[in-house]
Design a protein around this ligand. Structure first.
Ligand code: HEC
Length: 207
């Protein structure tokens, strides 16, 4: 008569074979018996690991000097820096974008999201952050000094910030920054307009 053990052996062998076949989807530590190891358990370099193979001791290699991520070359300095040259003050006088009603609308929308908290909707510099906190009060956009900024400089201020104001290049796409520049120009115009900006036949309607 066969013992219980003898009866169990074939069943155990069978299930071992079966489990090998099923091991693929399981986490490594739960896998049963691996007779022929999968390629994933071979010796290999891991991204954050250390090695003596390379002089700098890290397994992960650095990109070749000068490598640029695809889609991030940004060679067009006018579009991406607001500058025509490498000099600190080589700002383009005017935006590279044609001003359309849609572009202006986009600029207004982005301005109201990103700039009004400090500069307020009119650009006077009385945003909620300023009135409630002790932030340096921003200048109005119609201070002569700011009126004199070329478009490229306004773009640079939004991109990299200025003095105590931080930059917004990580939050606002380049085209949207130019749309905001257009809208800031409109805000300046709104405060510096003279009677000559009003069509003659509409002047009678003014208070
Ligand atoms: C968190 C508050 C804050 C936000 C948001 C903010 N700014 Fe400013 N901004 C400032 C402060 C503060 C100054 C004054 C900086 C100083 O003189 O130290 C300033 C200054 C400026 C100036 C004048 C620069 C000069 O020559 O004096 C411009 C133009 C400007 N901001 C545009 C913008 C635009 C456009 C946005 C939206 C994309 C924006 N700012 C968002 C706080 C802010």
């Amino acid at each position: 008569m066969r013992t219980t053990m003898q009866r169990l052996i074939p069943a155990l062998l069978f299930s071992a074979v079966f489990l090998i076949g099923c091991s693929r989807g399981l986490p490594r530590e739960e896998r049963p018996l691996v007779i022929i190891p999968d390629m994933e358990v071979q010796k290999k370099f891991k991204a954050q690991g250390a090695t003596e193979f390379f002089e700098d001791g890290r397994m992960m290699r650095r990109p070749v000097v000068g490598t640029v991520a695809r889609g991030n070359l940004q060679e067009d300095t006018v579009m991406y820096q607001g500058k025509f040259g490498p000099g600190e003050t080589d700002f383009v006088p005017t935006s590279p974008f044609a001003i359309t009603p849609e572009f202006m609308k986009r600029g207004q929308e982005r301005y109201e999201i990103y700039c009004t908290p400090c500069h307020d909707a009119s650009g006077a510099g009385n945003g909620i952050v300023v009135t409630r906190g002790n932030l340096v009060r921003p200048p109005t956009y119609w201070e002569q000094r700011v009126l004199d900024h070329p478009d490229g400089m306004l773009f640079d201020i939004i991109t990299n910030g200025i003095r105590t104001m931080q930059g917004y290049k990580n939050q606002i796409a380049p085209e949207d920054r130019w749309a905001i520049v257009a809208y800031v120009r409109a805000l300046q115009r709104a405060q510096t307009a003279t009677i000559d900006d009003v069509p003659v036949n509409k002047r009678g309607e003014l208070d």
